[in-house]
Design a protein around this ligand. Sequence first.
Ligand code: ATP
Ligand code: MG
Length: 175
Amino acid sequence: MTSPPQSEPSSEPQPIELRTRRDTTRLGAALGRSLRAGDLVVLEGDLGAGKTFLVRAIARRLGVPTSIPVTSPTFELLHELPGRIPIVHADLYRLASSESIEELGLLDRIGREAIVLVEWGDRFASELGDDGLWIQLDLTKGTGRTCTLTARGARGQALLGRLLPHLSGFSRAPE
Ligand SMILES: Nc1ncnc2c1ncn2[C@@H]1O[C@H](COP(=O)(O)OP(=O)(O)OP(=O)(O)O)[C@@H](O)[C@H]1O
Ligand SMILES: [Mg+2]
């Protein structure tokens, strides 16, 4: 008897505190050091949670010059950023259906020469391949943010494994 296919397990969620914008920038730098071509990062969190701010910090660490603005691709849906490793930055907030994600040309980019960073991607997790690092940003009672990192799939686990040694300076948020 054959057992049903098993998807790769998700990691235990890793909650960390980002008390200031500087912490978010440090996390972005740590991610920038850890990301490899082909990796997928899905960023979740309310409007203004800091998703684009984090993408900007990742992009700068990967050498995207400050002359190139890193902003939410809210209307364009996709931005290409010239990092040492090319970056595809998507914002799927306004994307209606899985049909249009097929037309966007985003899915072909995952697992290849670029790093793919997707805001509001969780609705399309299965289309995106469900193999990467999921980052949830939440506003806290004060002015800071909580960030919860969850690796999905083999590639996501490998990325989290590379990232964790760079996270020792962050406080773990209460669960
Ligand atoms: N740890 C932090 N503490 C306080 N403020 C922060 C922190 N991290 C980021 N921010 C602030 O959050 C603001 C909003 O961030 P950003 O525009 O990146 O949100 P977003 O999640 O991309 O929103 P949207 O869904 O509208 O695109 C930034 O201007 C930044 O100053
Ligand atoms: Mg944004």
